[in-house]
Design a protein around this ligand. Sequence first.
Ligand code: 13P
Ligand code: MG
Ligand code: MG
Length: 393
Amino acid sequence: MKLTLSILKADVGSIGGHTKPSERMMDAVKSDTADAVRRGLLIDSFVGHTGDDICIIASHTNGPDNTDVHQFAWNAFLHATDIASQYGLYGAGQDLLVDAPSGNIRGAGPAVAEIEMDHDPVKTNPMRPAESFMVLAADKCGPGAYNLPMFLGFADPMYCAGLMLPRIGEGFTFNVIDMDNTDGDSLISLNAPEDYYKITVLLRDNERFGIDSIVSRYSGQVAAAVSATRLHNIAGSYTGKDDPVALVRNQGIFPAPEELISPYAKAHYIGGDARGSHVMPLMPVPINTAVTGMYCLPLVSCIGFSLNSRGEFSDSFADFFDNPAWDYVRQQAQEKGIAMRSQGWSGAAMLPYGELEYSGFRQSIGDLVDRFAFRDGNGTGGEIPEKAASADD
Ligand code: 13P
Ligand code: MG
Ligand code: MG
């Protein structure tokens, strides 16, 4: 059968600041999702949260960008928004940026990552005798948070020795999106390994270029999809950070989970953190972790499922970062965070003004720039980069 996996995620309110959704909000989304399974819209589902973002993971046969599936998710997020408002939670409805999207909800605020695949997991299927996949969800993160770890997992044998094997070794096509192009989805396809250096030229800029999807050159099958969009580009004004989700198929013709997650041992620095304005390390955490540590460290969770022939999820999931091995990395991330924050607002510790997500900062610098003048009294000040228009926390 043609099976679609859909990841739909939104921040619609949280307790005591941007920490985590409430139990009542989670229950509402879980019960709406269970209802969608009961009435046959979805085959199976899972709901979890990473920081203050609620993530719905669903399997179904309706294809990507399906109106019914997207509208169900939107309504579930609205339901949770109502509860958040009722209990006075912070940022109720934060990521629901339009009044009522008519069809699919891409561009309306929630993060979406979807893959459609031929699903026939039998031993004799040479491509996918079994289907297993991982879902990554990141909070307090800029849109390109996965650029480096995904690149290493799919293109660098130092992380994925599987690339030395015949089938995986044919390489992967990286579809990269220019997130600054707000006229539409502007993409380029580059092939690893031939275009290795060209891919890095783009992916080094986590704020502008993001991986949209990765395709196996051996099989033509989509290996990964990422929700690479920027809320402040969609909305015209900033209302939240970008907090991307990713769907990654693994094993067999794709890299193994351990090859895909080992780059997260770097706890690499990305844009995000408090007020979406700092450069801080990405800390791997178990699913359903709240953002309550010092600062507001960018977090990423990663859970894995198997699918049976009917498209149902395994009865439980593997929580990849819920393992003592990652305690060491968390410690390192914390140390890197402390080191970076010890220089406060200076230089590389904060994002450049053009990338700041809280335009209040840009207003502050704009007011000062306006007051600059040449020594001789003629002429006025310079300009600040035009990105976010107006919004505050
Ligand atoms: P979220 O985008 O996760 O709501 O974070 C907001 C923020 O800036 C916290 O400082
Ligand atoms: Mg929030
Ligand atoms: Mg969030």
